[in-house]
Ligand binder design. Structure first.
Ligand code: PRP
Length: 185
């Protein structure tokens, strides 16, 4: 769905990035990734569920073979806050030994999930593990996470759309928008 389908929705504040801006930025990131991984195999690891749209567009912007696998993790926390205590709900099907792994994320907020995930994947004997994220919130970050590819640095607001949800809604919104503070404050 696009903005017209959520017009009059008092929970949505403003559009942050249009679909065109998002896809354009992902194409730039894909070009960088393609150059960096030339001559190497590449395994993209998407983190469910938010990264589904990013993975779909990023992977299709790569003019080369890649493999894709998925993890589902749950970060314990209340409401809009995560805690850093992470549980694996669905693990990878792929053996990471000797593989070049690129974690694909929709957003890095506090950094707690990714900080845990990168340590976990690095313990499995890969050749390399890096992170690509569409969005990052520098002001909200609590853990230092080295991120190789970042789409956009955004302000510390609650964002939805393009895979990102609020109570499982808005994931299928084409653009990325901010949620009105009255919804979560
Ligand atoms: C989001 C996002 C990251 C995590 C980032 O997932 O996809 O995995 O939060 O937050 P952090 O930097 O504060 O740890 P979420 O837990 O909302 O699950 P979802 O992808 O299923 O929506």
């Amino acid at each position: 769905m696009d903005q017209t389908h959520v017009e009059g929705d008092l929970d949505l504040d403003q559009t942050l990035y249009t679909e065109e801006q998002i896809v354009g930025r992902l194409q730039e990131m894909a070009a960088e990734i393609q150059q960096d991984y030339e001559g190497k195999d590449l395994l993209l690891v998407g983190v469910l569920k938010g990264a589904v749209m990013v993975m779909a567009d990023l992977a299709r912007s790569l003019d080369r073979h890649v493999e894709m696998d998925w993890m589902a993790v749950s970060s314990y926390g209340s409401g809009t806050k995560s805690s850093g205590v992470v549980r694996i709900l669905k693990d990878l099907d792929t053996d990471l030994n000797g593989r070049h792994v690129l974690i694909v994320e929709d957003i890095i907020d506090t950094g707690l999930t990714l900080s845990w995930l990168i340590t976990n994947l690095r313990s499995r004997g890969p050749a390399s593990v890096e992170i690509a994220t569409l969005l990052r919130k520098p002001e909200a970050q609590q853990m230092e996470v080295e991120v190789k590819y970042v789409g956009f640095d955004i302000p510390n607001a609650f964002v939805v759309g393009y895979g990102l949800d609020y109570n499982e809604h808005y994931r299928n919104l084409r653009c990325i928008g901010t949620l009105s503070p009255h919804v979560y404050s």
